[in-house]
Design a protein around this ligand. Structure first.
Ligand code: PGA
Length: 229
C-alpha cells in the first residue's frame, strides 16, 4: 500500500492563493489535504480532512465546527489532538477522547496526534496518551495515529530514522496488543523535501503528516512524488 501524505495547512493560505494551490498540487489517492476549515469547499477535488472538530453535533458553541457539519461538506478525515491544540488551546486527553468518539460516530476517520515533549519520557507519554485518548472505544479500525514528537514540529529537527521506526513499531504493537487490530501509524514533525527520501525508506511508517512544507506547492509535490515512487 502507498504511504499516506497528509497536508496540515494549519492557519495558512489566503483565498487569493487557493486556486493556484488546488490546481498545482498533485492529485493522488494517497494525498489528504487538511485546509483551514473555511476553505474546505475549495478542496473538493482532493481527499479532505479537517484540522479539528468539536465533540457535539450541533448547538450553541460559537466558533466551533462539528464532525457532523464537516461530514456534510464531504470531509472524511479529522485531525484530533494536534500538539498545537493541546498546547495553545489546552486540549486534554479527555477532551480529545470526546472529540474522537463524536468524529467516529459521524463516520470520520480520525488522525490522532500523539508525541512527547522535549525531556518527557517517550513510552510513558505514549502510553498515557493512547490509553486516555482511546478510552472506551470499541473499535480502533478508523483511527490513524500520527506520531509527532512535539520538539520536532516546525523546528527542522527530527528523531533518527531508527528512533522513528522503533516508536512507530511500539505504537503498532501497543494497538495490536490491546485491540488485535493493525492500524496505520504516520510520522510527523519537520518532514521536508530534504529529508523525505530518507524518511520514505522507513518500512513500517505508513505515511507522513506534513505541516510547514505543505505551504509550498513545490515542496509538497516533491514529498508526494517521492512517497509515490
Ligand atoms: P511541521 O508540522 O511539518 O511544520 O513540523 C507538522 C504538524 O504540525 O503536523
Amino acid at each position: 500500500m502507498k504511504k499516506l501524505v497528509i497536508a496540515n495547512m494549519k492557519m495558512n493560505l489566503l483565498l487569493s492563493e487557493i486556486q493556484e494551490y488546488v490546481s498545482k498540487i498533485k492529485h493522488e489517492n494517497n494525498v489528504i489535504i487538511c485546509p483551514t476549515s473555511i476553505y474546505i469547499p475549495y478542496f473538493s477535488s482532493f481527499n479532505v480532512g479537517i484540522q479539528n472538530v468539536f465533540y457535539e453535533n450541533n448547538g450553541s458553541y460559537t466558533g466551533e465546527i462539528s464532525p457532523k457539519q464537516a461530514k456534510s461538506l464531504g470531509v472524511n478525515y479529522a485531525i484530533i489532538g494536534h500538539s498545537e491544540r493541546r498546547r495553545l488551546f489546552e486540549e486534554t486527553n479527555q477532551i480529545i477522547n470526546k472529540k474522537i468518539k463524536k468524529a467516529l460516530e459521524n463516520d470520520l476517520k480520525v488522525i490522532l496526534c500523539i508525541g512527547e515533549q522535549e525531556g518527557q519520557n517517550l513510552i510513558e507519554t505514549l502510553n498515557t496518551q493512547l490509553e486516555e485518548c482511546l478510552k472506551e472505544l470499541e473499535s480502533v479500525t478508523k483511527i490513524i495515529v500520527a506520531y509527532e514528537p512535539v520538539w520536532a514540529i516546525g523546528t527542522q529537527k527530527t528523531p533518527t530514522m531508527e528512533q522513528i521506526s522503533k516508536t512507530i513499531q511500539y505504537i503498532k504493537d501497543y494497538i495490536y496488543g490491546k485491540y488485535e487490530t493493525s492500524i496505520l501509524v504516520l510520522y510527523g514533525g519537520s518532514v521536508s523535501k530534504d529529508n523525505i527520501e530518507e524518511l520514505n525508506k522507513i518500512e513500517n511508517v505508513d505515511g507522513f503528516l506534513v505541516g510547514t512544507a505543505a505551504k509550498s506547492i513545490n515542496e509538497l509535490n516533491k514529498i508526494i512524488e517521492v512517497t509515490n515512487r
